[in-house]
Design a binder for this molecule. Structure first.
Ligand SMILES: Cc1cc2nc3c(=O)[nH]c(=O)nc-3n(C[C@H](O)[C@H](O)[C@H](O)COP(=O)(O)OP(=O)(O)OC[C@H]3O[C@@H](n4cnc5c(N)ncnc54)[C@H](O)[C@@H]3O)c2cc1C
Length: 358
């Protein structure tokens, strides 16, 4: 049995642990923090989409990512997901361009006028004159999904070690044969770095520079209120959704992976207050929404914004990406096939990490 060691118990590491242990590999997950989803995956907006993308191949990967979520829901139970669709609101020229490009890709969208937007989101105070609606998009609670994946991986035999930072990779020749912890070493046939923003430091020990963008984000959740908003809203770059418990979720600042801001404001509480005022102003009636929780995290974004998934050296693999919620289950399927020697479609060649150093 192949022994596979996964560094990181975020959504990517958990999805890999689930698929690899299902496939019969011996899996150990090593996590620096005390619980799963302690970093990006526990502070994420959770939108599953292909309307945001950087290249055509990236769009198609995201479409495949949405399908992988639907397959995973058949295994884990559909309760974790909401497929409520997304309303995207921008200026007319931007919507025209998006519609043209997405039509060319064959992506399912509807170009809605004011009345149809108002019918889909009747509580909005000022429905926009036009929006694109993406009926196949949805959302998941990424922390809950991470926990479900790890629980099922453990049922299939995976071991998970918390409070266990990996200090370095053990090099053998030009490859890797395990990891170094504070008090011991663990040998493995394959090591997968699914360490989010921690990946670059681990690869640096191999003499490899993984460029990463510095992209902080703040996620905010409100107290639960009766249902006011069915679809996800992407309003001029500000995303909002209401979950099944009635809580509103929104990334506060910076709100989108394409936002190039490298530092948070000096006073995140002021940003949260401003975001709450803007959120309340979206809806008819008195301002009833209050912030119940907010937290900051860094988004794991490779230097060119695209995922970095695949082999790095003999015995060493990498899975570092933004939009890891959208792509996590698919990345786990594809990398499991890769690691076990049976590469699957879609082709990952545009996303191989070796593009950074070959
Ligand atoms: C505000 C915000 C909003 C977002 N919104 C969306 C969205 O709507 N849709 C979407 O698709 N994506 C979104 N993302 C991105 C998405 O959340 C991430 O791409 C995804 O969670 C990455 O998962 P991961 O497992 O790679 O990383 P992480 O969840 O960060 O997990 C990496 C884990 O590795 C551990 N680790 C690191 N170094 C070591 C080490 N040396 N030893 C042991 N353990 C280590 C860390 O402790 C961590 O638990 C958002 C992110 C943020 C921050």
């Amino acid at each position: 049995m192949q022994q596979i060691l996964i560094i990181g118990a975020g959504l990517i590491g958990a999805a890999l642990a689930y698929r690899l242990s299902q496939a019969g590999a011996g899996v150990t997950v090593v996590e620096a923090q005390a619980q799963p989803a302690a970093q990006a995956s526990g502070h994420s907006f959770g939108w599953i989409n292909a309307s945001y993308y950087l290249t055509a191949a990236h769009h198609h990967l995201r479409v495949a990512g949405m399908a992988a979520h639907r397959r995973l829901a058949q295994d884990l139970g559909a309760d974790l997901w909401d497929w409520q669709g997304c309303l995207w609101v921008e200026g007319a020229a931007t919507l025209d361009q998006m519609a043209t490009d997405l039509a060319e890709f064959g992506y399912d969208y509807q170009d809605l006028t004011h009345d149809r937007v108002a019918a889909l989101a009747p509580a909005l105070a000022h429905p926009p004159p036009r929006a694109l609606y993406f009926p196949q998009e949805g959302a998941v609670d990424p922390a809950a999904l991470t926990r479900a994946l790890l629980t099922n991986a453990m049922k299939a035999g995976a071991k998970v070690l918390f409070n266990t930072p990996v200090l370095g990779l053990i090099q053998r020749g030009n490859g890797v044969s395990g990891v170094r912890l504070a008090a011991q070493e663990i040998a493995a046939d394959q090591v997968i770095v699914a360490a989010g923003t921690g990946a670059a430091a681990l690869l640096a020990g191999m003499g490899l520079h993984l460029p990463m963008l510095r992209r902080p984000g703040v996620i905010l959740a409100t107290q639960p209120v009766p249902q006011r908003l069915a679809p996800i809203l992407a309003l001029n770059g500000q995303e909002v959704r209401q979950d099944r418990q009635g809580r509103f979720w929104m990334p506060v600042a910076p709100h989108h992976p394409s936002d190039a801001t490298e530092t948070l404001t000096a006073d995140p509480q002021a940003s949260v207050d401003a975001a709450m005022a803007a959120l309340n102003a979206l809806f008819q009636g008195p301002p009833i929404l209050r912030a119940a929780h907010w937290a900051a995290a860094y988004r794991p974004v490779p230097g060119d914004g695209l995922p970095a998934i695949g082999p790095v050296a003999p015995g060493l693999w990498l899975a570092v990406l933004h939009s890891g919620v959208t792509l996590g289950p698919l990345v786990a399927d594809l990398l499991t096939a890769d690691v076990l020697g049976a590469p699957a479609a879609p082709d990952l060649s545009p996303f191989r990490p070796t593009r950074f150093w070959s």
